[in-house]
Design a protein. Structure first.
Length: 387
């Protein structure tokens, strides 16, 4: 048995207006300072006021949010007693909102151990609206939350189906302010979700089509959104692609590029999309070298040469490299400015982090410690994977 989870999704121009349909008394925002500065909190509050809701704002979420931040947000939420929680921002704000909401509903829970085996009994006090302002993580449609334990320098990917937001508002007017670098990083996150969601061992009939569609949308629209942030057609399709990829991988699983990306991100403070997107082509080569995979399906869907699995995987890697070039995306860890000595010294920690990440186990070819060491070094130097 497997469950397909999805929020109600309101998308397209003026999607924010749907907030006026909410019924309740008070809403609590979990967001970051940029959302206040950009006027997004005020825009959302205007719609909430029209629905008769008052609100309070926690705007202290940092990129790659920590357990400590989540605890602080939950304390303020408990004082305010909202019946709606609003996660407004990129994946960091939405994930922090999910975890803080869980603590508000279930104060005895350990946020570092949120897992699908436990029942938390959410929605006794409040429901969750997720409003993405990056086109990347898909957190608005997933049951996942990724937090960082800053004490041990490790990212924790956790989740429970109960955390799937009740409502996702996917309004493209919120993403035109994204600078090109964030557009590129978050766009590569979408592609990594879509490709890994399609090829992970948990792929299924319900998620496949979503992953393929999201992949095609990224190839078509990410270079345009990167080149011109005011290209509304490209922005809207990328925003949709992020939520679609979220539904795709959220209802299958992500895999090795995520395990490696989370590991690098926590140790060297690399933004999520930049690190998972960097590892994606290396992981495809490694996995395809192990035999049967599903990369040729993706290549065929993109009209790339794919006579057999090997050619399909090679075509897909070449297309990803070309996309990365068009959006000025780092293709090796060295290019990120990480010093070789520091990287080599951190290698045991990088491997241990990746091995502790549950997404490692959903890759179509298992990577043991030795494989991980070699993969990290290939990605550091920008060398193709030949094993
Ligand atoms: P982010 O939320 O960390 O935001 C990055 C920066 O962009 C922040 O400074 C933010 O203020 C700024 N920003 C956001 N929207 C903007 C806009 N419209 N205009 C200008 N600036 C804007 O970045 P992200 O990539 O969206 O999220 C990354 C986090 O999400 C990581 O912690 C990652 O692990 C997590 N994640 C979660 C899931 C999930 O399913 N829950 C999936 C993938 C990643």
């Amino acid at each position: 048995m497997w469950i397909f989870s999805s929020p109600r999704i309101v998308f397209g121009e003026d999607a924010l207006n749907y907030l006026e349909e909410l019924r309740g008394r008070r809403a609590f925002f979990v967001t970051d300072a940029n959302m206040v500065r950009l006027g997004f909190v005020e825009r959302v509050q205007k719609h909430l006021r029209a629905a008769g809701l008052e609100s309070a704002v926690f705007a202290d979420v940092e990129p790659e949010p920590s357990l400590q931040t989540v605890r602080r947000a939950a304390e303020q939420m408990a004082q305010y007693q909202p019946d709606w929680v609003i996660g407004l921002g990129g994946g960091s704000a939405m994930d922090a909102a999910k975890a803080a909401w869980l603590l508000y509903e279930c104060p005895t829970a350990d946020p570092a151990a949120i897992n699908p085996m436990e029942t938390y009994g959410l929605r006794q006090k409040a429901r969750l609206v997720a409003i993405p302002t990056t086109s990347g993580t898909g957190s608005e449609t997933t049951w996942a939350t990724v937090l960082t334990d800053t004490d041990i320098g490790m990212k924790l990917s956790m989740g429970t189906h109960e955390l799937t937001p009740d409502l996702a508002i996917v309004d493209p007017s919120l993403v035109t302010s994204m600078p090109p670098r964030i557009t590129a990083d978050t766009g590569m996150d979408v592609l990594t979700h879509a490709v890994e969601g399609y090829t992970s061992t948990m792929h299924n009939d319900f998620s496949d089509g979503l992953c393929l569609k999201a992949t095609a949308l990224v190839f078509q629209y990410l270079p345009r959104a990167y080149a011109n942030g005011q290209d509304m057609e490209a922005r809207e399709h990328m925003h949709n692609a992020a939520s679609i990829a979220g539904l795709g991988f959220g209802n299958s699983m992500a895999a090795l590029a995520h395990a490696m990306g989370h590991s690098l991100g926590a140790v060297f403070h690399v933004p999520h999309g930049r690190s998972v997107g960097l590892f994606l082509p290396y992981v495809i080569e490694f996995t395809a070298n192990g035999g049967g995979t599903r990369y040729a399906d993706i290549a065929k869907f993109l009209d790339l040469p794919a006579e057999d699995e090997a050619q399909g995987a090679a075509s897909l890697v070449a297309a990803i490299r070309d996309l990365q070039r068009r959006i000025d995306f780092a293709t090796s860890v060295q290019q990120l400015g990480v010093d070789r000595e520091d990287f080599e010294a951190a290698l045991p920690k990088l491997i241990a982090n990746a091995e502790a990440d549950n997404q490692l186990f959903f890759n179509a070819r298992f990577a043991n410690s030795e494989d991980l060491a070699k993969l990290f070094m290939c990605a550091y130097e920008g060398r193709s994977v030949d094993f």
